[in-house]
Design a protein around this ligand. Structure first.
Ligand SMILES: Cc1nn(C)c(C)c1/N=N/c1ccc(/C=C/C(=O)NO)cc1
Ligand SMILES: [Zn+2]
Length: 369
C-alpha cells in the first residue's frame, strides 16, 4: 500500500497576518474597516484537524519539517530579499507588496514552511515515502527572487525544487500549479531553465494583476518550459478536468519529469472568497487522481504536493482531504456533504469559452521536449 508522507506543524497556525481590510491595510480614513487577513490560520489548520478527526492521519507517515538554510533560500532569492525579512523579523513587517504582513518571528515560520516542502520532497526523492503532502503556511508561489507578495514570503516550492536538484541531482522537475492564482513566483524562478517545467492553471488575471497570460512561455533556453492556462471565471469541474486532461498531462508526457511537484492551492473551490471558480471536492479528487496516476506512469510515482492558497474554512478542508486520500490510496473517500449542491450547480460541465481557453494552451504543448 502507498506510504504517504505528511508534513504539518502547529506553528504554521501561528504565522500572524493580523488585521487588514482583507487584502489592504485597514484605514478608517478610506472606510477600510479592520478584519482578519484572508490568509489566516483557519482554513489550513482545519484541513489538518479534518485529517486527524477522519482518521486519515493514521494512514500517513508524519514528517517533521526543518527550517530552510540561508543557502537554500539564496538558491531562489536575492540576498537583499533575505536581508529585508531578517531585518523585520524581530518587529514583524511585510514581505514586500504591502499586502503580505507577518508578525515577530514570521521569517522563522516561513523558513519552516519552505523547509516542510523540502522535507516532503526529499522524502519522496529518497524513497522514504511513495508520495507526500506538505500542509504548510505561509504559502509561497507568488514570492519573487527579490520581493514577497500575495501573502508569500519565500518561494516554498521553488526552493524545494532547487534544493533537491542540487543535493540529489534530480534532473527534470515539473511543477503543476493548480492554485486559482497565477504561480508567478515559481514561473519566474525557472524562467530560463528548460529542466524545470512550470505549468499554471488559474483564473484569468485575478492575481497578480495582468499576470499568467497564455503568451508567457519562459525565455531563452527556457522558452516553451513555462505553460500558462488562464481560465474564465465560473470554470467548474468540467473545465478543470479538461484542462488537466488536454494540457497538463500531455505536457508532462512530453517533458518526462523525474519528479512532479504540485503547488496545491484550493482557492478554485466553489465558495472561495478570493476567486470565482466552481471546483468541488470531487473535482479536486479527480485532479489529484490524474496527477498521481501520471506520476506513476512517468516517474515511479514520485509526486509531492505543497499547500498554497484556499480560504474558505469550511470547504477547503473537504477539498484538500480528498487529494490527500488519493495520495494515500484510500478507497472509500470521506463524503463531501456539500456535493449534492455544489456538484450540480448549473454549467459545472465544460463550456465553449472554457474549451477555447484550453485549446489556446493545448497548441503550445507540442513545443515541449
Ligand atoms: C483587490 C486588491 N487591491 N490591491 C491594491 C491588491 C493588492 C488587491 N488584491 N490583492 C490580492 C488578491 C488575491 C491574492 C491571492 C493570493 C493567493 O491566494 N495566492 O495563491 C493576493 C492579493
Ligand atoms: Zn491562490
Amino acid at each position: 500500500r502507498m506510504s504517504t508522507g505528511y508534513v504539518y506543524h502547529e506553528v504554521y497556525g501561528w504565522h500572524d497576518t493580523g488585521t487588514h481590510a482583507g487584502l489592504l491595510p485597514a484605514d478608517p480614513r478610506r472606510g477600510l474597516q479592520p478584519h482578519r487577513h484572508f490568509e489566516n490560520a483557519e482554513a489550513k489548520r482545519r484541513v489538518h484537524e479534518l485529517v486527524v478527526v477522519s482518521g486519515l492521519v493514521d494512514r500517513l507517515t508524519r514528517l517533521a519539517p526543518r527550517p530552510v538554510t540561508d543557502e537554500e533560500v539564496l538558491l531562489v532569492h536575492t540576498p537583499g530579499h533575505l536581508a529585508r525579512l531578517v531585518a523585520a523579523n524581530d518587529t514583524g513587517g511585510d514581505a514586500g507588496d504591502g499586502g503580505s504582513p507577518f508578525g515577530p518571528g514570521g521569517l522563522d515560520v516561513a523558513r519552516l514552511a519552505a523547509g516542510g516542502v523540502v522535507r516532503a520532497v526529499e522524502a519522496v526523492v529518497d524513497g522514504e515515502v511513495d508520495n507526500a503532502y506538505a500542509l504548510v503556511r505561509p504559502p509561497g508561489h507568488h514570492a519573487l527572487a527579490d520581493v514577497g507578495m500575495g501573502f508569500c514570503l519565500l518561494g516554498n516550492v521553488a526552493i524545494a525544487a532547487a534544493s533537491v536538484r542540487r543535493s540529489r541531482g534530480v534532473g527534470r522537475i515539473a511543477v503543476v500549479d493548480i492554485d486559482v492564482h497565477h504561480g508567478n513566483g515559481t514561473q519566474a524562478a525557472f524562467e530560463d531553465d528548460p529542466d524545470v517545467l512550470t505549468i499554471s492553471v488559474h483564473q484569468d488575471r485575478v492575481f497578480p494583476p495582468d499576470s499568467g497570460h497564455v503568451t508567457e512561455r519562459g525565455s531563452g533556453a527556457g522558452f516553451g518550459y513555462a505553460l500558462n492556462l488562464p481560465l474564465p471565471p465560473g470554470t467548474g469541474n468540467g473545465g478543470y478536468l479538461e484542462a488537466v486532461r488536454r494540457v497538463v498531462l500531455p505536457a508532462l508526457r512530453r517533458f518526462r519529469p523525474d519528479l512532479i511537484l504540485v503547488a496545491a492551492g484550493f482557492d478554485a473551490n466553489a465558495v472561495d472568497p478570493l476567486a470565482r471558480m466552481m471546483v468541488t471536492a470531487s473535482g479536486y479528487r479527480e485532479i489529484g487522481r490524474m496527477l498521481v496516476d501520471e506520476a506513476a506512469a512517468l516517474c515511479g510515482g514520485r509526486i509531492a504536493f505543497a499547500h498554497e492558497g484556499g480560504y474558505d474554512p469550511v470547504y477547503v478542508p473537504f477539498c484538500a482531504h480528498a487529494v490527500i486520500e488519493v495520495l494515500a490510496g484510500v478507497e472509500e473517500p470521506l463524503e463531501d456533504p456539500f456535493a449534492v449542491n455544489f456538484d450540480n450547480q448549473g454549467q459545472q460541465e465544460l463550456q465553449p469559452h472554457q474549451d477555447a481557453a484550453i485549446a489556446a494552451a493545448e497548441k503550445l504543448v507540442a513545443d515541449i521536449g
